[in-house]
Each structure stands twice: as structure tokens, then as C-alpha cells.
Design a protein around this ligand. Sequence first.
Ligand SMILES: [Zn+2]
Ligand SMILES: [Zn+2]
Length: 141
Amino acid sequence: MTSKLNFNYITIKSETDSNKEYEIIFVSSDKFDTPIEITCNCLGYLYHSKCKHIDKYDPSNLDSWKEAVPYDSEKNKSKITKITIPSETDSNKEYEIYYNNSKITNKPFEIMCSCPGYIYRSKCKHIDKYDPDNQNVWNKS
Ligand SMILES: [Zn+2]
Ligand SMILES: [Zn+2]
């Protein structure tokens, strides 16, 4: 059995430049009603892993996530790829590691995992092991 994450997004306008739009991606697991993670495609998030949009649109602050529609890696601003990894403790289980790849730098700027550790605590050993800065497995995703 493989556990998966789902990705939905909304488009927001830049507050400083009305020609610019960003995408807020909500990451969800079928174990929870509300998204477990939120990411953004603005340059602030791309280079520093944080931005004001993340706080503003956080599912605990605003209900915007309810209007989110499925993310499309071909059409949207970044590309989400994945690899499947086996559970080390249960050979019947598989998890998915997801990379959010920037179309500007052509590299992953974010990694997510569908295991319970990540879903409940936003961190897990897989994230470190498969970190794109550590090794090149993401190239195969
Ligand atoms: Zn942002
Ligand atoms: Zn994990």
C-alpha cells in the first residue's frame, strides 16, 4: 500500500506589482480534513523557504484553501515530481517523496514525504536522507 499526498493551489496577485501572480500550494493527506502544509512559488519562498504569503494563507488563518484546485505540474509555475520509497519497518508499505522543482532554477526547492512522521510532525528521516542537497536521487524523479 502506498500513501500519497495531494496538491491543490490558488493563484494570488502580488501586492506590489499587479502584473505578477503567485501560486499557493496546499498539501493534503487523506488522513486530515485540512491541508498539512502550505508552499508558495514566489521568489522569497524559492530562495529563503519563507514568505509573507505562507503566513497569510495558512489554513489556520484563512479558508482560501477551500477554493484550491488540483495542481498541474505542466501548466503551473513549478513542477512536482515524486519517487516511491519502501518503508524500513513494514515491507507492505511504501511512501512517496515529492520534490517541488522550480522552473526558474530547474532544481527542487522543497521536499515532502507521505509517511506518518511527516504528516503529523512535518519532519521525518526520509526528508534528510533524500534531501536534494545531499544526493542526486531527485534527478530520477
Ligand atoms: Zn510567497
Ligand atoms: Zn518520511
